[in-house]
Design a protein around this ligand. Structure first.
Ligand code: SF4
Length: 454
């Protein structure tokens, strides 16, 4: 596969390259042995658990027959992002978590690792299964270059439409490139997947931010449909004193710089605090530990059972030496010219069932404080598009088609689901592509369109 894209867009001196892959690929013998354990279940629960409906028993059977090419085809025809999903999916709570072996208390089939084995084979051998369909003369604009847009664009291109992705960053791929923990997937791997999608003629315009470099009005007038795959906004703020001090950073922003910026360093950080209890907080804490920070502490307002991060990820974090301070609310970031610590207040759940911040404070020393308490919604960006409905920061879309309240606009991924997995974005992108195809079949010129979404 051509690696022109990688060389053009990603600097070689990046901090993430210091973090090794923690789940190495299977060898051929290992893959064959694991594939032969599969029971090839009828009505397989692993398939039901996969948002992209990959025929898992079929691809595993093909691996057991040493038909790795066929296995890759089975995966990629259902999910064109099967390469990244093999690495970043929380299989423990999706396919592998549903495997019949898990029910029997035995190790489930390593579905993610087998999927990696097959998709990497296709990439390594330059096998392209797909091609653009006969030209329809229709043009689709896709806003945001992340997983949802990539999945939608690929499906639309196969249907013969011209597809143009508008990406504000200098590198495409969205969170797969800028946000996934390096011990799962490196940015250059994400760009290989982008190149695979591009290979059938999907155009990507990087450094082109919709709302700044091109307007929504322009897209609406020049394209037959628009897909919104804009993801979420910047890291949420804490609203406490000291959070603008140097050394207090947002997790998503910090991870992006660590993965993509040339020469970005930790500046001799010895003690780090990560605020939050979700998967991004756990990722950031583990990454800091892998980068050699001596003391990493997660600070969370409630107890372990209330954490939204996956239990298996938290267990890894603990094993790697991350400390966790429960029942502590950040009160102020300490320091004068740079962060020196985090002042916290004790919390507890009162008799009324609500969380109470107690009058009992303590300071944890740190030279880096990472805010990982969520991301803002991009509602301001989208408020300029007439007809869109936004509820609790999410775009309201039709569950079958991904169509928004403005008939010409479709959406999927984090901006519509509030922030889920890559595999959800892939499924929603594909769903919207089907919706757009149907819309284009049944609509006349854009000015004649009027569809009401319930
Ligand atoms: Fe194979 Fe497990 Fe899926 Fe059954 S549930 S088909 S054993 S991976």
């Amino acid at each position: 596969m051509s690696d022109t894209l990688l060389k053009a867009d990603l600097p070689t001196q990046r901090l993430e390259t210091a973090i090794p892959d923690l789940k190495p690929a299977l060898t051929r013998d290992q893959a064959l042995a694991e594939a032969n354990r599969c029971l090839y279940c009828y009505d397989a629960p692993c398939v039901v658990a996969c948002p992209t409906d990959i025929n898992i028993p079929q691809f595993i059977k093909r691996i057991s027959d040493d038909n790795v090419r066929g296995a890759a085809h089975t995966i990629l025809e259902s999910n064109i992002l099967g390469h990244s999903c093999a690495r970043v999916c929380p299989v423990e709570v999706l396919c592998a978590g549903s495997c019949v072996y898990a029910e029997k208390g035995e190790p489930p089939i390593m579905i993610g690792k087998l999927q990696r084995y097959a998709t990497e084979y296709a990439y390594d051998h330059d096998i392209q299964f797909f091609q653009a369909g006969p030209a329809t003369g229709k043009r689709i604009a896709l806003v945001g270059g992340g997983p949802a847009s990539l999945a939608a664009a690929h499906e639309l291109r196969k249907a013969g439409h011209e597809t143009v992705i508008f990406e504000g960053r200098s590198v495409p791929g969205g969170l797969n490139t800028t946000g996934v923990a390096p011990y799962k997937y490196h940015a250059e791997d994400a760009l290989k997947e982008v190149a695979y999608v591009q290979a059938i003629g999907v155009e990507i315009r990087t450094n082109t931010l919709v709302g700044r470099d091109v307007s929504f009005e322009q897209l609406a007038s020049e394209y037959d449909a628009v897909f919104l795959g804009v993801g979420l906004g910047p890291d949420s703020r804490l609203g406490i004193p000291g959070e603008d001090l140097p050394g207090c950073v947002g997790a998503v922003d910090w991870i992006e710089r660590m993965k993509t910026e040339a020469g970005f360093t930790l500046n001799h950080v010895k003690k780090a605090i990560v605020i939050g209890g979700g998967n991004t907080a756990i990722d950031a804490a583990r990454e800091l530990k892998h980068l050699g920070v001596e003391a990493v502490t997660m600070v969370y307002r409630r107890g372990e059972t209330e954490m939204s991060g996956y239990a298996h990820e938290l267990a890894w974090a603990r094993q790697e030496g991350v400390a966790i301070c429960y029942w502590a609310a950040p009160a102020a970031v300490e320091g004068h010219t740079h962060v020196t610590g985090l002042r916290c207040a004790r919390t507890q759940v009162g008799d009324d069932g609500k969380l109470h911040v107690l009058n009992e404070e303590f300071v944890l020393e740190a030279d880096l404080v990472v805010r990982a308490t969520g991301q803002e919604k991009l509602t301001a960006l989208l408020s300029g598009v007439p007809g869109l409905q936004i509820e609790r920061g999410r775009l309201v879309v039709d569950a079958e088609t991904g169509q928004t309240g403005n008939a010409k606009y479709f959406a999927g991924g984090d901006c519509a689901n509030g922030g889920k997995e890559v595999v959800n974005a892939a499924a929603e992108g594909k769903r919207a592509a089907r919706g757009i195809n149907s819309y284009l079949r049944h609509s006349g010129s854009p000015s004649e369109i009027s569809v009401t979404i319930k």
